[in-house]
Design a protein around this ligand. Structure first.
Ligand code: PMP
Length: 428
């Protein structure tokens, strides 16, 4: 690596003006005790900081850059849309095109609405579920993150977990009293919970593959049993596919596991790096949303024409690339093997959870299947590993509790370099 002067200079100034110097906490590198590289530009699998350091990017903007940075077709679509005006607050044809692409890919989304972030999408889906069922209680899982809206910021994983604040200050107890927290992968616990309160539960919201306590996979039949349990009590099942949507498979985790939720929450990839989210599901539920029904939800920039153009372009490329998910899986497999070999030859305990192009390397020898087992990881070891990887030009999330993202633009040469870095870092 070259020097780090310019990043430090800019970041120091940012710290005076923005909390932690950032606009989203995990970027501040607090838990790893470093100054974050200040990013200047990205191209394909690489990002470059202000000092000219180059990194292979395994954060991919936390998921959306599944095609890599500055994909020429996506940038072309953004430029073309911008030439025609950047916002109208009125219907456009492209909104319909994106909605059609989404609903075709995820048929459970019979009707949907576009918003501008995953937070908004999850918050609005919960509101629709409550409006439809006339019930107040919502169940979420420990370590699952659904954005930072008041009622959902309870044991929320992700940046909150990294910063050690699983429950945020500033939320009146009354707001979260309608949120019940359950254990991921524990169906018996859920059955008991439903026995006690099932008839008052509007919805269960879940990341079908949890990616905000590090990657945690659902155990066999967990999602199936959850589907049947919610159905029995007339509660809605909401899949938060902000990370898994268009990443696990074109139809998201629901396609992969063959489960049909009542509502789905999307973000990230559907905006191709621009701010877009969406929520939608069964028609009769979505018909409760204003102006058709009494559930109010709105947004001046919702369906923004430039953002929507990036989304259409991104989804179309994925759809038309035949080996898309197979190749992503192969890249994931190759990294997983590199970690396993390095760990075993250096005698370091790790557990790898991976599904396709999403994975987490936990510094523990134990199985990681929920929030408590994720917390067993050796965070000091993670911290050391992280800083050495950064020195080698490998840019991963600065937290044990986030996933590693691979994009279609990662090349065999990137893999080669990453494998060598893993080997070197583990032996150090
Ligand atoms: N749901 C999940 C599963 C997420 O991972 C995230 C963000 N990482 C969100 C919701 C919130 O999305 P946003 O940051 O776009 O508000």
């Amino acid at each position: 690596m070259n020097n780090f002067f310019k990043s430090k200079e800019v970041f120091d100034k940012s710290c005076k003006l923005m909390p932690g110097g950032v606009n989203s906490p995990v970027r501040a590198y607090r838990s790893v005790g470093l100054v974050p590289p200040v990013v200047k530009k990205g191209k394909g699998s690489r990002i470059f900081d202000l000092d000219g350091n180059e990194y292979i990017d395994y954060v991919c903007s936390w998921g959306p850059m599944i095609l890599g940075h500055a994909h020429p077709q996506v940038i072309g679509a953004i430029k073309a849309a911008a030439e025609n005006g950047t916002s109208f607050g009125a219907p456009t044809e492209n909104e319909l095109l994106l909605a059609e692409l989404i609903s075709d890919a995820i048929p459970s989304m019979e009707m949907l609405r576009l918003v501008s972030s995953g937070t908004e999408a999850a918050m609005s889906a919960i509101r629709a579920a409550r409006g439809y069922t006339g019930r107040d209680l919502v169940v979420k899982f420990e370590g699952c993150y659904h954005g930072h809206s008041d009622g959902l910021l309870v044991k929320a994983g992700s940046g909150a977990l990294t910063a050690g604040v699983p429950d945020s200050a500033g939320i009146p107890a009354d707001y979260s009293k309608n949120t019940i927290v359950a254990e991921y992968n524990n169906i018996e616990g859920l059955e008991q919970l439903f026995k006690n309160a099932g008839n008052n539960i509007a919805a269960v919201i879940i990341e079908p593959v949890a990616a905000n306590m590090g990657l945690v996979l659902p155990e066999t039949d967990f999602l199936k049993e959850l589907r049947s349990l919610t159905g029995r009590y007339g509660s809605l099942l909401i899949f938060d596919e902000v990370i898994t949507g268009f990443r696990m498979a074109y139809g998201g985790a629901q396609e992969l596991f063959g489960i049909k939720p009542d509502l789905t929450v999307l973000g990230k990839i559907i905006g191709g790096g621009m701010p877009v989210g969406a929520y939608g599901g069964r028609r009769e539920i979505m018909e409760k949303v204003a102006p058709l029904g009494p559930v109010y939800q709105a947004g001046t920039l919702s369906g923004n024409p430039v953002a929507v153009a990036a989304g259409i372009s991104t989804l179309s490329i994925i759809k038309n690339t035949e080996d898309f998910y197979r190749r992503l899986d192969q890249l994931g497999q190759s990294l997983q093997e590199a970690y396993e070999q390095a760990a075993s030859s250096c005698g370091i305990d790790i557990t790898i959870n991976r599904l396709g192009s999403l994975m987490s390397v936990f510094f523990t020898g134990q199985r990681v299947a929920d929030y408590d087992t994720a917390l067993k990881s050796d965070l000091n070891r993670f911290k050391k590993y992280f800083s050495l990887m950064l020195e080698e030009g490998i840019y991963i999330a600065p937290s044990q509790f986030e996933a590693l993202f691979i994009s279609y633009s990662h090349t065999e040469a990137d893999m080669e370099k990453t494998r060598a870095a893993i080997k070197k870092v583990f032996s150090r």
